[in-house]
Design a protein around this ligand. Structure first.
Ligand code: FNR
Length: 418
């Protein structure tokens, strides 16, 4: 090989600075997670990444998708796959949405508005959490027309209903009620880290500043961390430990509360949690428009069934009367293809977009979405289908679930290469 050819091979791949950015070097969710781990203080990374108790469900959510085995069709013209879909009267560019996550400002100072802008730019819905760090009116100001609001039914019902009215007035499209948080899950990593919100300057935190100056300078320059939607109230939680969230949640919520919310909310209403077929039927009776099958990404009930295993029974119970959204463990576009083939209308992600936000704010969220959508497009093409209607129609031939997870080894080793 001549010198000139070697030079060509090692030429920097990006223009401008002559080096690729960290985001460009993230080629899958493992890479993005590794980059986020390097960027965030340990306690903050663990808050995002961790699960409840022994983290059995956290791992099982991934194992569920590793049981997916595809049987593709061949000799179909797949040159222009159409990934677009329509849900609750809104057009989506891909069957993907951003799930509600609390305390985003702790992960990146641009916080929830940056996530909303990324979602709008990619034509996807974004769900704002009750425990967001930006007021819902300010997120609506981004102009994103497909915003969902996730509601926790709080002990203070007047405050709960005030949130519903505010979400309606601000133009939120969908109300999603989280039903898996009768009490806060026990996240062992948070307990071990003595994790508080906002992060306290304990000795360990001070030492962390030395190794993560970029994170700390951006957080210190940013707006203060508050539960912005609950600020007007006397609620606890302005400077609360994660465990103190328990004071907000109401363990006494019942189907009567859903009836009350149905009466108050004129738009699409979705129930979020690990609902089995009996509860799916109950949701239809209660007038819900959709069910979001979720075990909170393994952060609530450990040993909870994986949403992928709830999907077929839920679809059988619901028929076409309900939309089915699924999250918990989606890390690859192939996961989305499998979930749609098994009966889902939409997949959502939590941690993947937070890893992206940690690394690059809005650009990082867009990177996470772009990776998943590119993987989904390729999977659909290799499966030999041209659009999502076909994917659903031929789902039973295209996807089987093996009894145990297929063997897996991360490309490039456990730590990726970022
Ligand atoms: C969450 N999730 C969540 N859900 C919810 O209804 N309200 C909330 O405030 C939060 N907060 C939250 C914070 C963080 C850091 C994470 C990671 C998750 C759960 C979220 O909506 C979603 O169900 C899961 O994140 C999906 O699983 P994956 O994609 O993270 O595996």
């Amino acid at each position: 090989m001549r010198m000139r050819e070697i030079r060509e091979l090692v030429r920097p791949r990006a223009s401008g600075l002559g080096r690729t950015s960290v985001l460009d070097r993230c080629h899958d969710m493992d890479d993005l997670r590794t980059a986020a781990r390097r960027r965030l203080p340990r306690a903050v990374f663990d808050y995002v990444d961790g699960g409840a108790d022994e983290e059995i469900t956290l791992a099982a959510n991934r194992d569920a998708f590793r049981r997916v085995c595809f049987s593709p069709r061949v000799l179909r013209d797949v040159s222009a796959p159409d990934l677009s879909t329509r849900l609750f009267g809104a057009d989506l560019r891909s069957p993907l949405g951003l799930a509600p996550t609390g305390y985003t400002r702790m992960i990146h100072p641009d916080a929830e508005p940056a996530v909303a802008r990324a979602a709008a730019a990619r034509g996807l819905p974004y769900t704002l959490s009750t425990v967001a760090t930006t007021a819902l009116e300010d997120v609506a100001e981004t102009g994103h027309t497909n915003l969902w609001f996730q509601l926790y039914v709080l002990k203070d019902r007047a405050l709960t209903y005030a949130l519903v009215s505010r979400a309606e007035a601000a133009g939120f499209h969908v109300l999603e009620v989280a039903l898996d948080t009768a009490v806060a899950g026990h996240r062992t990593r948070d307990a071990r880290n003595g994790f508080t919100i906002p992060p306290r300057l304990a000795l360990r935190t001070v030492l962390d500043i030395g190794t993560r100056p970029g994170y700390w300078t951006s957080v210190l320059r940013g707006a203060p961390l508050t539960l912005a939607n609950l600020q007007a109230s006397d609620s606890p939680g302005q400077r609360a430990t994660v465990a103190a969230l328990n004071d907000l949640f109401d363990p006494a919520v019942t189907w009567d509360d859903i009836a009350e919310l149905r009466a108050r909310w004129p738009g699409a209403l979705i129930l979020k949690g690990p609902l089995g077929p009996a509860d799916v039927r109950r949701a239809i009776e209660a007038g819900a428009d959709g069910v979001h099958l979720s075990n909170h990404g393994g952060r609530q009930l450990d040993r909870c069934v994986s949403p992928l295993d709830l999907l077929r029974p839920a679809r059988e119970a619901a028929g076409d009367r309900l939309a089915l959204v699924l999250d918990s463990g989606v890390r690859h576009g192939a996961d989305i293809a499998a979930a749609l083939a098994l009966g889902a209308d939409l997949c959502m992600i939590g941690r993947p977009y937070l890893y992206g936000a940690a690394v690059g704010g809005r650009a990082g969220v867009e990177r996470a979405v772009d990776l998943l959508v590119a993987q989904l497009r390729r999977t659909v093409q290799l499966l030999g289908v041209t659009d999502l209607t076909e994917l659903r129609k031929h789902g039973p031939e295209l996807v089987a679930l093996t009894p145990s997870p297929l063997p897996h080894r991360p490309a490039g080793g456990e730590d990726g290469h970022v």
